[in-house]
Structures are given as structure tokens and as C-alpha cells.
Design a protein around this ligand. Structure first.
Ligand SMILES: CC(C)(COP(=O)(O)OP(=O)(O)OC[C@H]1O[C@@H](n2cnc3c(N)ncnc32)[C@H](O)[C@@H]1OP(=O)(O)O)[C@@H](O)C(=O)NCCC(=O)NCCSC(=O)c1cc(O)c2ccccc2c1O
Length: 134
């Protein structure tokens, strides 16, 4: 599993002092961006020369609120690699307690926005990652 620490900052919180859910979606995207850069060595700024990886589907369970100052750990695990798509699970935990679990599917698209097979180097690295070899 790929892990990313994320402290809950003032900018993430609503007037009730808990994380406002759109900020969670930004944290999720930050974790996906870090995973592409660190594990696949294919950062978004390079992906965008040839296309992009928009999210086709996402479902999230918010299990417990997070508060300003909480030290979250976001964990990403690939569940399924398709021809053009990738489905991952992501969790956020704090002191062992679950804050959210999400399952999302990204699709690799070309510059016209159409689904395109994953390039071979990325596919190989994702397959290694799924076997726990990266
Ligand atoms: C995403 C689409 C381009 C898919 O096109 P289409 O619907 O025509 O897909 P196909 O039927 O050809 O299937 C291709 C492939 O996708 C899988 N799939 C499609 N729909 C789903 C679904 N609902 N759930 C799960 N899987 C799905 C399908 O099984 C096929 O898989 P294979 O592996 O077998 O090939 C099109 O739908 C589209 O453009 N949707 C809108 C996307 C969007 O606007 N998303 C929200 C905002 S954008 C966004 O979130 C985002 C944008 C970026 O530029 C990013 C860049 C970098 C990182 C993240 C980004 C990001 O999150």
C-alpha cells in the first residue's frame, strides 16, 4: 500500500472545525498525484503531455469526522487494472481509526479525451505494484 501523511490544516475545516468533504476529495487527488509520481515515476505534469486520468466513478464512506490538527494517513491500493482504467481503494486513518474509505476508477485518456490503453511502462509498474513488488 502507498501511504501519504496529511495533517488537517485550518484551510480544510468548516466553521464547525471539521473537514469539509470537498477538501477530502482534494486530499484524495493529492494522494493519487503522489502515487503516480513516486510509484510510477510518471508525474501528472508529464501525463498531461499525452492525455490525462479523469475520474469516471467514485464512492466514499465518511466514517468519522476529522478535526484541525489531526494527523491523517492516506493509503492507496490498486484493486483492478483494466485496459484503459484503474480502480483503487483509498483510506484515511488517524490513530488507527477510519475517517473515510473511497473506491474510485480513473481512465487514461488521450488529448481528445478518449479512453486509451495504458502505456506499457506504466502498465508494468502498476502490475508490479499490485503484486507488492514496487
Ligand atoms: C472517463 C471517460 C473518458 C470514459 O469514457 P467512456 O464513458 O466513453 O468510457 P468507456 O465506456 O469507453 O470505458 C472506458 C473504460 O472506463 C471504464 N469505465 C467507464 N465508466 C466507468 C464507471 N462509471 N465506473 C467504472 N469504470 C468505468 C470502463 O470499464 C473501461 O475500462 P477498461 O479498463 O475496460 O478500458 C468519460 O466517461 C468522461 O470523460 N467522463 C467525465 C470525467 C470527469 O469529468 N470526471 C470528473 C472531473 S475530471 C477529474 O476528476 C480529473 C481530471 C483530470 O484531468 C485529472 C488529471 C490527473 C489526475 C486526476 C484528474 C482528475 O481526477
Amino acid at each position: 500500500m502507498f501511504e501519504m501523511p496529511q495533517k488537517v490544516l485550518f484551510k480544510h475545516c468548516d466553521p464547525a472545525g471539521i473537514v469539509f468533504y470537498p477538501r477530502y476529495f482534494e486530499m484524495m487527488n493529492d494522494c493519487v498525484e503522489a502515487w503516480f509520481a513516486d510509484r510510477l515515476e510518471w508525474p501528472f505534469e508529464e501525463i498531461h503531455y499525452s492525455g490525462g486520468v479523469p475520474t469516471a466513478n467514485i464512492a466514499t464512506r465518511f466514517a468519522a469526522p476529522s478535526f484541525h490538527g489531526d494527523q491523517l494517513t492516506l493509503g492507496l491500493r490498486v484493486l483492478k487494472l483494466g485496459t484503459t482504467s484503474l480502480t483503487y481503494e483509498m483510506t484515511a486513518t488517524c490513530d488507527g481509526g477510519l475517517r473515510f474509505r473511497t473506491e474510485a476508477t480513473l481512465v487514461y485518456v488521450n488529448t481528445d479525451g478518449r479512453p486509451t490503453p495504458w502505456p506499457a511502462p506504466a502498465k508494468t509498474k502498476i502490475e508490479f505494484e499490485m503484486k507488492g513488488q514496487l
